[in-house]
Ligand binder design. Sequence first.
Ligand SMILES: C[S@@+](CC[C@H](N)C(=O)[O-])C[C@H]1O[C@@H](n2cnc3c(N)ncnc32)[C@H](O)[C@@H]1O
Length: 222
Amino acid sequence: MPVVEPKRSIYDRSMDQRTEKLWAKQNQHEGDRQRLFSAVAGEVDAAKVLYPGSYVDVAASFAFPEVTYVDTDDRANRFFADVDGVAEIIAEAAGWTDGRRFTFLHRDYRDDLGLPLDSFDLLISLYAGFISEHCTRYLKVGGKLLVNPSHGDAAMASIDDRYRLSAVVTSEDGRYRVSRSGLDGYLIPKREQQITREFLHELGKGIGYTKAPFAYLFERVG
Ligand SMILES: C[S@@+](CC[C@H](N)C(=O)[O-])C[C@H]1O[C@@H](n2cnc3c(N)ncnc32)[C@H](O)[C@@H]1O
């Protein structure tokens, strides 16, 4: 697992140009994901994080010490293969030089990832399909799922007995806040409908709720 080494000087830059470009595009709303993950890290004590469908969103490593990224995309594979370049992005953006670790698996998250079961503290599911269905087995009981609603995975978690809603992540003017109050008022569908796994698969997107936070934090309870 690559370790982020202390930055020596700006003249040591060794980053592949493609790495730099991919990160610039991913980070076009500058610092947005860093703010999101920092807000979550402030509330969730997560040492080991699993991020399936990550693409090149290495901002998770700005906030968490050990992140396993998973994606089928070849550009993401090339990006993470530039281990020094990615380490440089992490060290520069986060200002950390304390041996953060990251791994990339060029794999389909629906397959067996060969990772230890029940071992991660946080599972991240952002805009990348029904990750909770396939990857909850890697999350510890007591661990958290950070999930946004757009691809239906938040709805999927809401009907999964292994999960209980533990907080919402709201966003205002580019700032993120984790809130644990009034949770009963969330995940209430706008339209009366029977929400099942089959229904969500067929729908292939999120469902409309009366309140729309940016994301949810679910705790694995079973
Ligand atoms: C829209 S991007 C979101 C990237 C990142 N999560 C973000 O929020 O910036 C979705 C990513 O999920 C990846 N993806 C979708 N299904 C996947 C699967 N079954 N296994 C691995 N990666 C997958 C795609 O390759 C793509 O890079």
